[in-house]
Design a protein around this ligand. Structure first.
Ligand SMILES: O=C(O)CCC(=O)C(=O)O
Length: 137
């Protein structure tokens, strides 16, 4: 499967205040997945998450979105939970369940599936790579 043929991220944005046009409720460009398409087509519909406090709007990581201008006199508060594939862990803690030798005997692909990989330079890294099992993703 091509790495970019599936979604890597999904976000849930919870409104802690009423979201309105005036206070810049979240705007989502419908049907977008890349900026090139947007620059070629400025007629794509933009939805605005006008919703009461306590509501949630969810969007895929590939969807172009952002906060609107807040023309009210109050801040517009929200909590955003973003679930990104690179941050997920498996249910079983394979780091403790498997010995380093058992992991080392597996292919690189299986080691990655077991969670022995880093997500970028800062997430899931182990300083100094003491057993040689960690590598760049
Ligand atoms: O301010 C907003 O409503 C959008 C926030 C946003 O785009 C984000 O946190 O990813």
């Amino acid at each position: 499967m091509d790495l970019l043929s599936f979604e890597l991220q999904i976000s849930a944005l919870w409104a802690l205040d009423d979201f309105s046009e005036e206070n810049g409720a979240t705007r989502i460009v419908m049907g977008t997945s890349d900026l090139d398409a947007l620059s070629d087509d400025d007629s794509l519909p933009v939805a605005q998450a006008i919703m009461p406090k306590g509501s949630v709007v969810m969007y895929l990581g590939s969807t172009i979105h952002g906060g609107g201008a807040n023309h009210s006199s109050q801040p517009r508060k929200a909590v955003v939970n973003t679930y990104a594939l690179g941050w997920l862990r498996q249910e079983e803690n394979q780091y403790l369940a498997l010995s380093p030798e058992a992991v080392a005997s597996q292919s690189d692909e299986v080691q990655r599936l077991l969670g022995f990989q880093a997500h970028g330079p800062h997430l899931g890294v182990w300083p100094d790579d003491p057993d040689g099992l960690w590598f760049d993703s």
